[in-house]
Design a protein around this ligand. Sequence first.
Ligand SMILES: [Zn+2]
Length: 150
Amino acid sequence: MHNCKIIRSSLTDLALDEIQPQLKTQLLAELKDCSACHEEFASIRNALRVSRQALRSTLPAESFWSGYHDRLINRIENYAPLTPRVPWRSRIWLAVRKLSTASVRVPVPVGAAALVLLLGALSFFAWHSRRPVIAPPALLDDDPQDPNQS
Ligand SMILES: [Zn+2]
């Protein structure tokens, strides 16, 4: 009795011709009787044919390999980097620009502590700059041009 599920599990092996000759004959006979299995087999064979063509099209021609070794050695010996040489001033500028746009991950407690320290330092200097500067009285009364002085 024909079982489509069992037949279809062997169709890929049949399409690849990796099956015993006796089983191959039996499968081909069953494919003649079932149009669904026959269609599935045709589809698998077609997919294999297309993939073989694609594989063949990616392979280089046989003439490619004749001088390959010499061309490869020549290319290695005459290797030149694709990137142009950058003058040292531009390299420094690039490094500075890279450094200025880089981001550094800082843990939250460290960032908070740095912020508290910064705010503390700013308020400390703000507090000390608000006190008025008082000159000593001796400096203010020591004008030699003043005629009122004795
Ligand atoms: Zn079938």
